[in-house]
Design a protein around this ligand. Structure first.
Ligand code: ADE
Ligand code: ZN
Length: 326
């Protein structure tokens, strides 16, 4: 059995994908032109050369700059539609997509413009491509608690369009505790909760996201390994961790893929899933991440199938859809 073919063909689920991080350089240039915005790069090639990061913040600076080309409902549709087409190509049949409203509302764009464009793509993807999806509204943790609360309020007319809330952006200096109240409000509204934790920040952020924000998944979470007791608790509770291998390499969370703690995490019984994070910036989509891991860690077809099943079970898809995906 050819493992590459197996990885390609198996139905896949993505649980950690920032839609703004799927903005390919070519689309960034064409949206810039359409919206008469000048980019500080003279070509797609020059832009791609800038995609070298020493840490999360260096990436975020470029990611927020790139997102400025997104202005109209059609832009958000085009962004998401391009991503859904890669899902179909790679046999990713269900995806749970993060979006960062504050990146856009801070520039004067209405949250409705963002959500309506994404929802039109979502409907079309399900109807035309058979790709189902859910949306998770992320609060930017480098902004204030008040701004997060205002964002949740602004999203109230669109609550049926989102499955949950998340927490992303600069982890250092912005611990989960800062967002306890807005996460409690989200829970009251019946929303699921996830948070980036233990990517660049310490294991304590994983513990606090879990206990204080009451999340049902941890995004990244790799640094939980620094707290043995926490690892045992996460494994016991089978809290899913949405690990992003290419991202961790590109942002220097690990020095290279063969040094990634994935095998260690799996051997400790953690509910690990494989994801792409910001594929346009980090060198590949979910399929490419899975292929590289399968090769680097010599995973068997059974191990890959188990990882894919963990992602199905950790998803917020309906029970009916989960059965279809299993
Ligand atoms: N926003 C987009 N990608 C991110 C990541 N890997 N960590 C935190 N915030 C993000
Ligand atoms: Zn992320």
């Amino acid at each position: 059995l050819n493992i590459k073919q197996f990885v390609k063909n198996i139905p896949k689920v993505e649980l950690h994908l920032h839609i703004e991080g799927s903005l390919e350089p070519e689309l960034m240039f064409s949206l810039a032109e359409r919206n008469a915005i000048s980019l500080p790069y003279s070509s797609v090639e020059q832009l791609k050369q800038a995609y070298q990061f020493n840490n999360l913040q260096e990436f975020l600076d470029l990611y927020y700059q790139g997102a400025e080309v997104l202005q109209t409902e059609q832009d958000f549709f085009d962004l998401a539609w391009a991503y859904y087409q890669t899902c179909q190509r790679d046999n990713v049949l269900h995806t749970e997509i993060f979006f960062d409203p504050q990146t856009h509302t801070e520039r004067g764009i209405d949250i409705g413009t963002v959500i309506k464009g994404l929802m039109r793509a979502k409907q079309q993807a399900y109807q035309q491509l058979g790709v189902s999806s859910e949306y998770i509204l992320c609060f930017l943790r480098h902004l204030s608690e008040e701004s997060a609360i205002q964002t949740l309020k602004a999203a109230k007319p669109y609550l049926s369009d989102i499955v949950g809330v998340g927490l992303d952006s600069s982890e250092q200096g912005h611990p989960p505790e800062k967002f306890q109240r807005v996460f409690a409000m989200a829970k009251q509204l019946g929303l699921e909760r996830v948070a980036h934790a233990g990517e660049e920040g310490p294991a304590a952020n994983v513990k606090n996201a879990w206990q204080l924000l009451d999340v049902s998944r941890i995004d990244h979470g790799v640094r939980c390994l620094e707290d043995e007791e926490l690892v045992a608790q996460l494994a016991e509770a089978q809290i899913p961790l949405t690990v992003c291998p290419f991202s961790n390499v590109k942002l220097k969370v690990v020095s290279n893929l063969s040094e990634h703690p994935l095998p260690d995490m799996l051997s400790k019984g953690l509910a690990v899933t494989i994801n792409s994070d910001d594929p346009a910036y980090f060198g590949g989509y979910l399929l490419a991440n899975l292929e590289a891991c399968a090769e680097t860690f010599a995973w068997t077809a059974q191990q890959i199938a188990d990882l894919c099943l963990t992602a199905v079970q950790a998803s917020y898809a309906s029970e009916t859809r989960k059965r279809e995906l299993s």
